[in-house]
Design a protein around this ligand. Sequence first.
Ligand code: 13P
Ligand code: SF4
Length: 362
Amino acid sequence: MAQHQAAMAAIGSEEARPLGGAAARFGVKPYPDLAYTPEIAEATAPIYEKVRHVIPAIEWPVHAPYVFHINRLKAERGAIILAHNYQTPEIFWGVADIVGDSLQLAQEAAKSKAEIIVQCGVHFMAETSKILCPDKTVLIPDSGAGCSLAASITGADVRLLREAHPGVPIVAYVNTSAEVKAEVDICCTSSNAVEVVESLGADTVILLPDQYLAKWVATQTDVKIITWHGACEVHERFTGEELRAYRQADPNIRIIAHPECPPDVLAEADFTGSTAKMIKWVHDEHPEKVLMVTECSMADNVAGEAPGIDFVRPCNLCPHMKRIQLPKILDSLVYMSEEVVIDPLIAEKARRSVERMVHLKS
Ligand code: 13P
Ligand code: SF4
């Protein structure tokens, strides 16, 4: 909505400027009327069924017109929406074409035939799609959606690390900027970090920037891991003490955690894995009660298709993921904003690291 208001303010004023970038190439669409009509109520009723466990009926008339018009415009523009597992349920269930963890989203971006990708996730995810699909138009509804891990290291830092450890291969978690990906040998996600590290056939590997993911990988392999001091501001807030209290209150509770959590948290977990692996574990194990040690929206999204499972949610929100909201997604499709642009030289170098990961056979 913010962008819509800004655009309206600019129309007819001296600030109105010619369209640039993606808006010039694809044109701007009329901003839709967001009334909750009977047609919209009927068209979105099946979607509401999937989110009714987390969105009260009184709130649906606010979301439904956005969901309806986003889906309509997506079809008109031939766009595809990729959404991370941490997106809110109205995005995850309402407008996404593909949902998944970082690896799945990168693989789907690479395979997609759509000319336009709207990335509902944080900036590094949209950059990864652009790196893999240089000829496509990649939009992110809020380019301010960052990540504490991506912000923890620069390309210059990686060059210094390489100087300090000559000959040691460098693996970058995908939660990094394109500039960092351009400096490393290969990327990894939390889903394939162990396989990527072992694929290099080296005794020692630098795995950056997440100190906790690196520590967890070191427990899963004989390869010596050198790391950086980055951390995820969401997962580092969980504590082992907090989890022990949950287990004491109910010894039957199952605890599953993301590898970005500190070691004392992972020591309490029955399973550790990427967001997609956590979801698979819930479907395979069908626990009576499960505590998901990760971002809040995950449990909301999984609960919809896992009836009978009691989800305990020690809720830590990712403020960056939560910048992506329905009104901004609608703005993206109306105004073709905000386009992800990467320096072609950096993108070409970064592509080698990301493609090497995507094509890795485990
Ligand atoms: P996944 O690749 O497991 O989805 O993790 C991405 C992320 O940002 C977790 O905080
Ligand atoms: Fe980054 Fe953590 Fe948010 Fe994931 S949850 S995007 S690692 S800040």
